[in-house]
Design a protein around this ligand. Structure first.
Ligand code: GAP
Length: 431
């Protein structure tokens, strides 16, 4: 992990939030490459779960919602983690993160206080008056924005069961112990699906979504043996779930959750129906009955999968006696698709290379690099996962052709400049 955290900072993937002021715990900033990778992950998810499906629609709800939403959802009462303090060093921990009664901070034994529950909701005020009546929460999950819009989406799209909604957005949790880099933070992004089904079909759809979600990670290049499904024991389930399995990845710090796939039953629609007085049932034309659909919820973060994609792609290899670090990212996720490299800073090569770069920019996310030796520049691109380098050499000035070098195999192919966009398009998956 240390290598990866250092690479992320050095190459502009991820920086500590407010670093020049000493940083803010549980908050991270995505740099020029990080934002590209993040956008590509979100785009790939949206394409798979919305664009390519006939039974899904997207939406984008606001982060601030009526505070009664969080009472009805159960978050105000039950969204809490057990917290303990160490009497010796005053460190604060999540009780369920601890292994035994030895403090991981100072090593003292038997010094923990009794566990007490700590609510994770962030609070703020809407408007100029800071009183109870103007208090609102920053959402801890995007899901509720979809539940409260159930009737709006149903009415405007005329969807029939089974169908789902998808949403990507920021969520906030006042985590007791943010940790493992971007794995557990206080501000993060989620990609959530709420899939509405007939109650008697819930188990089948739950099974379906577990497989579907697992295979999404494999399709995007994560090694199958590094992924597993982990079913929650009944006593570990969230207050709204009848069953839940996590998609887990084997990080250097152990098997950890990337996303949860839960059967939320009819809990949410019933709660909001009762609390708001608005009918949130579905008229089933097949049976002539009004039913409250069950919800199957594949709920992924963006940041945790991003970390898993980087960790899984990271390789240290030996090439001709030299170490090369390469991020074998799936080309659809790679932040930069192609980098243009003039063989040297020769005054004739540079304008030609910049012309080639300008030609590529409208089509792909690209970079240009003419600093240091060509070998060094290839290594720099390998390290950030760029699938293709395009080299402009002295022959280019004569034959109007360039060399495409592939990241993983390091194989090279000569293509005419006039066909370069097409040649890269053929090699890259549609984004
Ligand atoms: N709507 C259900 C829900 O929010 P969750 O298991 O609490 O379920 C879903 O969260 C996903 O959101 C997690 O699998 C994880 O990827 C991401 N997530 C949750 N808390 C997070 C945190 N503090 N930091 C980063 N990601 C988090």
């Amino acid at each position: 992990m240390e290598e990866i955290v250092s690479l992320c900072k050095r190459r502009g993937f991820i920086f500590q939030s407010s670093e020049i002021y000493g940083g803010l715990a549980g908050a991270w900033d995505y740099g020029p490459l990080g934002v590209e990778l993040k956008n590509n992950i979100k785009r790939a998810w949206w394409k798979t779960v919305v664009q390519e499906r006939e039974d899904m629609v997207g939406m984008d709800a606001s982060i601030l919602m009526h505070p009664r939403v969080w009472v009805a959802s159960g978050h105000v009462d039950t969204f809490a983690d057990p917290m303990v303090d160490c009497r010796s060093c005053q460190g604060r921990f999540r009780a369920d993160d601890l292994d035994g009664d030895t403090c991981p901070n100072c090593g003292a034994t038997g010094q923990f206080t009794e566990a007490r529950m700590f609510n994770l909701l962030f609070k703020t005020f809407a408007g100029p008056v800071e009183d109870e009546a103007s208090m609102v929460y920053l959402r801890p999950e995007t899901a509720q924005g979809m539940f409260v819009n159930f009737a709006n989406v149903l009415g405007s799209t005329r969807k029939k069961l089974p169908f789902g909604m998808a949403q990507i957005g920021k969520s906030f949790r006042n985590e007791v112990t943010p940790r493992h880099f971007i794995f557990r933070t206080r501000e993060f992004e989620q990609m959530e699906i709420e899939f509405f089904v007939r109650p008697q079909e819930a188990e089948r759809w739950h099974q379906y979504w577990m497989e579907e979600r697992l295979s999404w990670y494999v399709k995007l290049g994560i090694r199958r043996e590094k992924l597993r499904l982990h079913a929650h024991a009944k006593e570990d389930l969230a207050h709204y779930a009848a069953a839940c399995s996590d998609v887990e990845y084997e990080f250097p710090m152990g098997w950890l959750e990337l996303e949860g796939v839960a059967n939320r039953t009819d809990f949410d629609l019933r709660q909001h129906s009762e609390a708001s007085g608005v009918n949130l049932t579905y008229f089933d034309e097949e049976t002539g009955e009004h039913i409250t659909p069950y919800i199957i919820e594949p709920s992924a973060g963006v940041d945790r999968p991003l970390l898993a994609f980087i960790v899984d792609a990271y390789r240290e290899e030996e090439v001709r006696g030299e170490k090369r670090v390469v991020l074998r990212l799936h080309p659809a996720l790679a932040p930069v698709k192609a980098t243009v490299l003039p063989l040297s800073r020769n005054e004739k090569l540079v304008p030609k290379a910049r012309e080639v770069w300008a030609m590529l920019r409208p089509h792909f996310m690209t970079l240009y690099d003419d600093a240091q030796s060509i070998g060094r520049r290839y290594r720099r691109q390998d390290e950030i996962g760029t699938p293709y380098c395009v080299t402009v050499d002295f022959d280019t000035l004569e034959d109007e052709a360039v060399t495409i070098r592939e990241r993983d195999s390091m194989e090279q192919a000569r293509v005419p400049v006039s066909g370069l966009v097409e040649a890269l398009r053929e090699r890259l998956p549609p984004c």
